[in-house]
Design a protein. Structure first.
Length: 198
């Protein structure tokens, strides 16, 4: 079994535990729009979250973590267009606090966080080879590669956030999903504009 397979198994296990923890934390009621879907009754976040919320927070933490890693790789370089440096800085500043927020939700919901690196390469996640290419690039080449990779990364995040908006129950998690859709859609347009100018 490869390390990547182990990480994937750990992520799936964390999500399975999340579902068990959320359904066990309080009495449940059937969600009228989705037969068989249940959510806990009560005013606290742990009593209003469902499996979609747990999945969103667990996976978006890992997604944000990689975006910050990509931004750090870009920010460590010299000779990069200042507009791309500014974008990478803004991404890092925006997403780090969101990770903290989502970790807090998981703790409140009694859901374990997935192990770092446990996400597969869907949803816009970069592969090890992608990350190595960014690390090896320099100057204008690094700026272009960062933009190309981050566009794909953001597009994956928007898909994940739209799923949470449609299926999530916790108001704070759904609100974050809406904010991610808005912010990252705007950044995708910005990055495409920058790419056209480099």
């Amino acid at each position: 079994m490869t390390i990547r397979t182990v990480h994937r198994v750990l992520a799936i296990g964390a999500i399975a535990i999340a579902g068990t923890a959320l359904t066990a934390c309080a009495p449940t009621t059937t969600h009228s729009g989705m037969p068989g879907m249940t959510h806990a009754a009560g005013p606290t976040p742990s009593a209003t979250a469902n499996d979609a919320d747990a999945m969103f927070a667990t996976m978006m933490i890992e997604h944000h973590r990689q975006a910050i890693e990509m931004s750090d790789a870009l920010l460590a370089k010299t000779g990069v267009d200042p507009r791309v440096v500014d974008l990478a800085t803004r991404i890092k500043v925006a997403q780090a606090p969101e990770i903290t927020t989502m970790r807090g939700w998981l703790a409140d919901w009694g859901v374990p966080s997935a192990a770092p690196g446990s996400m597969d390469h869907g949803d816009g996640m970069m592969s090890d080879a992608d990350m190595a290419a960014l690390d090896a690039a320099s100057g204008p080449e690094a700026a272009k590669l960062f933009l190309e990779q981050m566009i794909a990364h953001h597009e994956g995040a928007v898909v994940m956030a739209r799923t949470e908006k449609a299926d999530g129950l916790d108001p704070s998690a759904v609100a974050l999903a809406v904010a991610i859709i808005r912010a990252q859609t705007a950044e995708i347009a910005e990055m495409k504009g920058l790419l056209a100018q480099l």
